[in-house]
Ligand binder design. Structure first.
Ligand code: GLN
Length: 229
């Protein structure tokens, strides 16, 4: 039996902001790599679609979904009530939360309250940027990506960075940012999801693929690969 000809698979265009290691970043040959990249490829394999990544600014992702110039996005995107007004999200795939990064020798910054009147760096359009707006008197500096904001802290031009804990911890560990640490308390508990335009028929496929790889061990393999767990 020869079987029926393979059905042509659809290709989904996936938006991502490619400077958020280990979730998405450029490998040594300039190719996109990371936890989210592997995750979407495996979801596609499990659900029967191909993926084509399209890099863009983080604050351009939700507008691109709404304009339907992309089909979905994966970029460590926190599921929030506000974003749920604009897009639909898959089931959550990763638990994260915001952390405060400071210089290793800093003793006085330990909480959101202790950031009053301090200089705080954040990434544009993120939950970290929203959190920083709550601090009375803080001088907020906004950057295009998280590595730039951490560099600014290393350079001593800001007092703290508010960013996703897994990304800051990875940067400190992998890039040997010896002069930085995160304070002990996480500011928030957040869950990443994969957004699509409202009412997108692709969301069912994405959820089906995600559930399949959560259940068959593939998700765990990807997790171990990027978090050494
Ligand atoms: N999780 C944060 C947010 O959704 C940051 C995401 C990112 O910078 N890629 O706002």
């Amino acid at each position: 039996f020869i079987g029926s000809p393979a059905k042509a698979q659809k290709t989904l265009k996936i938006a991502t902001e490619p400077a958020f290691p280990p979730f998405e970043f450029q490998g040594s040959n300039g190719e996109l790599v990371g936890f989210d990249i592997d995750l979407l490829k495996e979801i596609g394999k499990a659900a029967g679609f191909q993926v084509q990544f399209q890099s863009m600014q983080f604050d351009g992702i939700i507008p691109a979904l709404q304009a339907k110039t992309v089909d979905a996005a994966v970029s460590g995107i926190t599921i929030t009530a506000e974003r749920q007004q604009a897009v639909d999200f898959s089931r959550p795939y990763f638990k994260a939360g915001l952390a405060i990064a400071v210089k290793s020798d800093n003793q006085d910054i330990t909480s959101l309250e202790s950031l009053q009147n301090k200089r705080v760096a954040v990434q544009i359009g993120t939950t970290g940027a929203l959190e920083a707006k709550k601090i009375p008197g803080a001088k907020i500096r906004t950057f295009d990506n998280a590595p730039l904001s951490l560099q600014e802290l290393l350079n001593g031009n800001v007092d703290a960075v508010i960013n996703d804990a897994p990304v800051t911890l990875y940067a400190i560990k992998e890039n040997n940012l010896k002069g930085l640490k995160v304070t002990s308390q996480l500011l928030t508990e957040e869950y990443y999801g994969i957004p699509t335009a409202k009412g997108s028929p692709n969301l069912d496929d994405i959820n089906r693929g995600l559930t399949a790889i959560l259940n068959n061990g593939t998700y765990e393999q990807i997790y171990r690969k990027w978090f050494n767990a």
